[in-house]
Write a protein that binds this ligand. Structure first.
Ligand code: PLP
Length: 403
């Protein structure tokens, strides 16, 4: 098809030209005396991205799933009890991994579309008087349902129960797009991947570990080889990796971190919040609902839109893809056919998103869903116009237009 493909799945996201170019490098010796110049600069940048002032960042050649495994395998022992709320496909898959690794998972079943239940977590921890629970695992941004949990609230639950469990946070679709404060929120292990807020291809699994998590690793009995923190720390200390790193991805990461810092993390978060507000205004104008059950959990990186009961969201997704070259996220597992998802994270602005909203409107109308074409795009525009002008005036007053 002529023109640009519209990639609006919640990861992988668009890779900006600047990052694409940075990855077009000739291969070089990853054991050369110059290589540490590249690698050493990445770790402080990564820690700033996680907002980690105490702890260590790790870069594994893997994806978010591998980063999950690294966080577990380096800190827990077979049979350890962990507490994990399940409220979407990714919390489900992480729980499945924990079970397959031989952990004893106490699952808090929640309705899909809700976020981490702080009160139930606190209650479960209070009841665990012998402190058998070694970890609490929460998906920060549940990509399947468009739900962002209150991680600071979960931390408060641990503190209120005076429980020493480690706090594990999956921020695969949050890091670099929505607020995450590793040290301030008392997170012990945070995991992410390169293909979402970092605007890169998949291939890097990023982990941040607190001093308490690193200490837990000394006695952690789960088997680990490829994902061993100790091997990684030893090699990283001199600026190297224990095995062959992906050079293009490391150069891409350097560029991604630079871009996020140039925009300013708070501005990045504000842009995502602003764009997400427009998407939600569009959904409202269409007379549809999002999957997210409470406004406090609305995700600023992905919106899962519920189609009316007699319709199949898969048809909307297929029409959008085949007719309009627009890729939307599918409903996963029990949400298959019931929702489609718009990813609005990474390298994105209002007009790109308006294109996607226009495509969504056409695809829904073509699929026979009774919406007024143009209504969502118009609602998003009115939501954005004032907010975008104010954001620009704040960020670059000298460039702001006068009405
Ligand atoms: N966790 C969340 C919240 C995700 O959205 C994803 C992927 O979309 C994963 C984990 C798994 O990451 P990956 O597909 O990079 O292995």
């Amino acid at each position: 098809m002529a023109g640009r493909h519209f990639l609006f799945v919640p990861g992988p996201t668009n890779v900006p030209d600047r990052i694409q170019r940075s990855m077009m490098v000739a291969m070089e010796d990853h054991r050369s005396s110059r290589f540490p110049e590249l690698s050493r600069a990445l770790f402080p940048g990564l820690r700033r991205l996680f907002r980690c002032t105490e702890g260590e960042a790790f870069i594994f050649p893997t994806t978010g799933t591998g980063a999950w495994e690294a966080s577990l395998a380096n800190t827990l022992s077979p049979g350890d009890r962990v507490l994990a709320p399940r409220f979407g496909q990714f919390s489900h898959l992480w729980i499945d991994m924990m079970q397959r690794l031989g952990l004893d998972v106490q699952v808090l079943e929640c309705e899909w579309g809700s976020g981490a239940p702080e009160e139930r977590i606190e209650q479960a921890l209070r009841e665990d008087r012998e402190h058998r629970i070694k970890g609490v695992m929460v998906v920060h941004n549940e990509t399947a349902t468009g739900v962002t949990s209150d991680i600071a609230g979960v931390r408060r639950a641990l503190d209120a129960a005076r429980h020493p469990a480690l706090l594990y946070v999956d921020s695969v679709s949050g890091l670099g797009s929505i607020d995450l404060r590793f040290t301030e929120w008392g997170i012990d292990l945070a995991v992410a991947g390169s293909q979402k807020g970092l605007m890169m291809p998949a291939g890097l699994g990023l982990v941040c570990a607190s001093p308490k998590a690193l200490e837990a690793g000394r006695s952690a009995g789960l088997k680990r080889v490829f994902f061993d923190f100790a091997d990684m720390r030893r090699a990283n200390a001199d600026g190297y990796f224990p095995y062959t790193p992906s050079l293009p991805l490391l150069y891409g990461l350097r560029e991604s971190l630079a871009m996020l810092e140039e925009e300013g993390l708070d501005n990045v978060f504000e842009r995502h919040a602003r764009l997400a507000g427009g998407v939600r205004a569009a959904v409202h104008a269409w007379g549809l609902q999002t999957c997210c059950r409470e406004a406090r959990w609305h995700s600023d990186t992905v919106t899962a839109i519920v189609v009316p009961p007699q319709h199949d969201a898969r048809r909307v997704i297929d029409i959008a893809f085949r007719r309009y070259d627009l890729a939307l996220g599918a409903g996963l597992s029990k949400l298959a056919g019931r929702v489609f998802r718009i990813g609005h994270l990474g390298d994105l602005n209002e007009l790109m998103l308006l294109g996607a909203l226009g495509g969504v409107e056409m695809a829904m109308a073509d699929a026979g869903i009774d919406i007024l074409a143009g209504s969502g795009a118009a609602a998003a525009q009115s939501q954005w116009r004032g907010a975008t002008a104010r954001a620009h005036a704040r960020m670059a007053p000298q460039l702001a237009l006068v009405n």
